[in-house]
Design a binder for this molecule. Structure first.
Ligand SMILES: Nc1ncnc2c1ncn2[C@@H]1O[C@H](COP(=O)(O)OP(=O)(O)O)[C@@H](O)[C@H]1O
Ligand SMILES: [Mg+2]
Length: 311
């Protein structure tokens, strides 16, 4: 559905993306992850034909995004990072206007606008001025806009940015439902979001693709397992030094003042250090209140890839 070959974009002297190549298959929900400034929005803007790349090519559903831009654009719905909306238009007016602009046949506009309002939960605000809507509703208007011409592909740039946790959950649910019928390229900085919704993930850093795989495979590849938490009363002992000596422990961070300390251990993937921690505690007479290991998350993958020095 998306094919990107050697895409490069330079802004006056600065290279935002470098030689990107990837493909997104029909029906996939592809996560696009990367720190700020990595080049996510630049890539998405190019794919949506908002600006040309410096070199390289890309196609949507087999149509070259520049040579066959109209056909390509007809098949994609783009929700930009900052959804540009007309504040003095009502939701209904705006969606009707956008549908007409995107070439939805006149006789089908009412039906399409009705459908996307339903899908995006906009019924209760349909007569309101866009300028008076909350951030969450504005995002939904942006999503409804992206969907109104029934594109096969959705390109969503940080669709949950600026939303509160309830709104995030609603938008995430909506995206998951949309994923049943659409191909989606979704950028986000919220890692659990990707783990929950995406079939594959691209990790991009400083304009280059660092990894592209399923969340499970990415988790399987990293050297770090999830952190181990140790909460203990250790008296005057130096817990950090003692814990660091355990085989498989790569780093220890101590927290808490007073007699209880919480240690967060970063450990190697194949080694369960908890038995050794328990033995150490017994030897030294520490009182343990917690000794637990959480599983690795995409956040660990992300940190390892984008900050290898810390990982
Ligand atoms: N219009 C522009 N002019 C110059 N530099 C830009 C422009 N837009 C983005 N950049 C730069 O390109 C890089 C990638 O930006 P962007 O694609 O917005 O990253 P992301 O969306 O991953 O945060 C950044 O270093 C950013 O400062
Ligand atoms: Mg961005």
């Amino acid at each position: 559905m998306i094919k990107v070959e050697n895409l490069t974009k330079r802004y006056a002297g600065h290279t935002a993306i470098r030689d990107l190549s990837f493909e997104v298959g029909k029906g996939e929900i592809m996560g696009f992850l990367g720190p700020n400034g990595a080049g996510k929005s630049t890539t998405m803007r190019i794919l949506s034909s908002f600006m040309p790349p410096t070199s390289g090519r890309a196609s949507i559903a087999g149509f070259d995004i520049f040579e066959q831009s109209l056909q390509a654009r007809a098949r994609l719905g783009y929700m930009p990072e900052n959804v540009p909306l007309y504040n003095d238009m009502r939701v209904n007016e705006y969606l009707n206007y956008r549908a007409a602009l995107k070439g939805v046949p006149h006789r089908r506009i009412a039906e399409r606008v009705g459908d996307v309002k339903e899908l995006c939960g906009l019924r209760e605000v349909e007569k309101k001025l866009i300028g008076t809507l909350s951030k969450g509703y504005r995002q939904r208007v942006g999503l409804a806009d992206a969907l109104v011409h029934e594109p096969e592909l959705l390109i969503l740039d940080e669709p949950t940015i600026g939303l509160d946790p309830n709104q995030i959950r609603q938008v995430r649910e909506l995206i998951r439902n949309l994923g049943k019928q659409h191909t989606i390229l979704l950028s986000t900085h919220i890692l659990p979001e990707v783990e929950m919704t995406c079939s594959r993930v691209i990790i991009i850093n400083r304009g280059r693709i660092e990894a592209c795989d399923t969340p499970e495979n990415l988790l399987g590849q990293i050297r770090t397992a999830g952190g181990v938490t140790v909460e203990a009363r250790i008296g005057a002992d130096d817990g950090v030094e003692a814990l660091k000596k355990i085989r498989g422990v790569r780093d220890v961070v101590a927290d808490g003042d007073g007699e209880w300390k919480v240690f967060t251990l970063r450990v190697e993937a194949e080694i369960d250090v908890r038995e050794e921690v328990y033995r150490l505690a017994a030897q030294r007479g520490w009182t343990l209140r917690e000794l637990s290991q959480r599983r690795a998350t995409l956040e660990d993958v992300f940190v390892e890839i984008t900050h290898p020095d810390v990982a």
